[in-house]
Design a protein around this ligand. Structure first.
Ligand SMILES: [Zn+2]
Length: 355
């Protein structure tokens, strides 16, 4: 007996950055809509793999990002936080990537939809369109008076990580460090607290994934929304500074929040290596540990596709059914698999968004 295919809603991808690096032009747009452009995620492979939607990250890159991945190598590493970006630099790349997202939607003939409500997501899914949520990873485009926050929210922004692993006017970010504790220094600034409160008022999700531990507790203090880390794993299993410790999981559970499992091998493997030769059993160990810490309503997926080195077995989005099958073979029932792969995201968005 075969059961119905299980759809996947995903907490994080970096396809917009990959397409921008390819020029962000008509050819890049076509490569997403028609496939054949490499990377981890495009529309034909999303359809093939049951990927029905997710957060599409807008990430304002630091100069020389290529070196960054090269430095996260070996048995230990400790990268300094990159220099802050100027407001104009953050705005230029954020607006380019937002425009790219809207151009993808326009060129897709209804097959790719930027969604602003859970009803939008359900409607997109019902007609077979991929649902995209406008998410910002690093609020460098937002000025000290938060005027750009209102503009971006009106354009469709529904999720924001106040910092990437880099300092800005809102906070400090967690460095890429292995092994290392997430407790790496100061957290949110006074403006960071204001940003979180403004997000609460507007119903924008605040993503904890690149905050350090102090910043995390600052959000706990400032926010009245469920706590969400879109793409983070379990520090007890992979002691990289980017992962969450048990006290953080406990706070997320208490808020009825969600954590999305990150497929980045550097955040999965006990040895911290960025190595595609990593079995799905390693992901299942993290899922088991997350279920233990968060319960069945708190665990979801946050692939980091197009932003990380992922396991060979799920080397692109078309191979997601293998992860679903691995969960089933591991003993997760259909209802739990459905929650992890899809429903827990929609539930927490529904409890976070205001419209
Ligand atoms: Zn990230």
């Amino acid at each position: 007996m075969t059961s119905a295919p299980i759809p996947v809603f995903d907490g994080h991808n970096d396809v917009l950055l990959r397409l921008l690096d390819k020029g962000g032009d008509a050819a890049a747009i076509r490569s997403f809509l028609e496939g054949g452009g490499g990377g981890h995620l495009d529309l034909p492979r999303a359809r093939a793999g049951g990927f029905v939607g997710g957060m599409f990250a807008i990430f304002p890159p630091s100069p020389s990002m290529a070196d960054f991945m090269e430095l996260m190598q070996g048995d230990s590493y400790d990268l300094p936080l990159p220099e802050p970006l100027a407001l104009s630099t953050g705005q230029a790349s954020t607006l380019s990537m937002a425009a790219l997202l809207f151009r993808l939607e326009r060129a897709s003939d209804g097959a790719f939809a930027v969604c602003r409500t859970v009803a939008d997501i359900r409607a997109a899914e019902a007609r077979g369109a991929v649902a995209a949520i406008l998410h910002i990873e690093g609020a460098e485009a937002i000025d000290r008076n938060l005027t750009m926050l209102d503009v971006l929210h009106a354009a469709g922004l529904r999720s924001i990580g106040p910092v990437w692993s880099r300092p800005n006017i809102f906070g400090h970010g967690v460095p890429m460090r292995y092994p290392g504790s997430p407790d790496t220094g100061p957290g949110l600034t006074e403006r960071g607290f204001e940003l979180v409160r403004a997000c609460n008022r507007l119903g924008i999700l605040v993503d904890l994934s690149h905050l350090n531990e102090r910043g995390f507790w600052d959000v706990v203090e400032a926010s009245d929304a469920p706590l969400v880390a879109t793409h983070s794993n379990v520090h007890a299993l992979c002691p990289v500074a980017r992962n969450l410790n048990d006290a953080q999981f406990e706070a997320i559970r208490a808020s009825r929040g969600v954590v999305g499992l990150n497929y980045a091998t550097a955040f999965l493997r006990a040895d911290g290596h960025m190595n595609p030769d990593t079995g799905l059993d390693v992901l299942l160990r993290h899922l088991d540990a997350m279920l233990e810490r968060l319960g069945e309503h708190g665990v979801a997926l946050g692939s980091d596709y197009d932003g990380a080195v992922v396991p060979e077995a799920i080397a692109d989005v078309s191979l997601l059914p293998r992860l679903i099958e691995a969960m089933r073979a591991h003993g997760y029932g259909d209802e739990l698999v459905r929650r992890i792969a899809h429903d827990n995201w929609l539930d927490v968005l529904d409890r976070t968004w205001k419209d």
